[in-house]
Design a protein around this ligand. Sequence first.
Ligand SMILES: C[S@@+](CC[C@H](N)C(=O)[O-])C[C@H]1O[C@@H](n2cnc3c(N)ncnc32)[C@H](O)[C@@H]1O
Length: 355
Amino acid sequence: MSHSTNISTTSVAAVDLFCGAGGLTHGLERAGISVRAGVDLDPACRYPYEENNKADFWEKSVVDVTADEIRAAWGKAKYRVLAGCAPCQPFSTYMQGKVDSSDARWNLLDEFARLVRDCDPHIVTMENVPRLEEQDVFEKFKASLRASGFEEVTTRVVNCAEYGIPQKRRRLVLLASKFGKLELLPPKSTKQKTVMDVIGDLPRLVAGQIDPKDILHQSCSLSPTNMDRIKNSKPGGSWRDWSEDLRTNCHKKESGKNYASVYGRMRWEEPSPTITTQFFGFGNGRFGHPEQDRALSFREGAILQSFPKDYKFVRKGAVLNKTAIGRLIGNAVPVKLGEVIGKSILGHLQQIQSS
Ligand SMILES: C[S@@+](CC[C@H](N)C(=O)[O-])C[C@H]1O[C@@H](n2cnc3c(N)ncnc32)[C@H](O)[C@@H]1O
């Protein structure tokens, strides 16, 4: 898909810090930005990142990335973008009340700020969970952007479903430009995409089965009890729909009342719940298939994150490492959100160029 501006595709170069399997990179590339490199210390990212994108993969910690390396990757491009999405677990709602300020991941925002200061990008963008906005580290990050010459930093909390992504996922998007105010494009008022729209046509599977044509389209096997549970689960429902004998001990306790959203089925006619790194397990959220008695397959999770249906995550003939692939998919910036970020940047640069 090409962008609607006429800036040349090589004039805007980006480096993606904390690039994962390439959700953000793929979206930026689709918008028309030339992503030169992605940095991540997780070796599992290399294959999907390089196989589906033009950018190089640097397997290292952002802590060890130098300003010279980033400048060399940008080369002679007219406009330089530094993008990134520091790990969000310390700030996610799942960690509510458990935020540990000594967590080393807090410092990764400082590392991002260091690179902004030392590399002199024209544009900076960062995606994260909305709770980051409440943290001092975020204020510090924005202050350091201002000190690096970004007079106006904009943030927007989006629900991805408003952007045609078939998933309810709230995310914070930060944008900053040396040329003036840069804002995320607003959503186009289109009908929301549903689970049915995007995975309704995938081959049927039973729990534990692998589609012979697509190793990603496999769903985890279920214990006999969990099979009973899913058979008794309704789309949009929860464990409350089950008879007493199927409930777990934690559901029976008073405190279990807070866990209404685990062990549910999705509804066909709505966007999915937030795809987490654990989405392939029936007991980990509302991740039951709307009508088949199984959890989501890895391909279904990736599609709900708006990865293209043929995005390659594992080398041909290789065994799928479920934990690693779940992590890459659940952690990704939805590709379509990345594309909106890219189009916002290109639209802004186009305006600057023509003014
Ligand atoms: C939220 S995910 C990024 C997702 C990615 N932007 C995408 O769209 O697919 C955060 C990533 O940061 C990586 N990470 C964590 N600590 C890191 C570090 N010190 N240096 C580089 N990458 C790191 C993790 O391996 C993870 O892939």
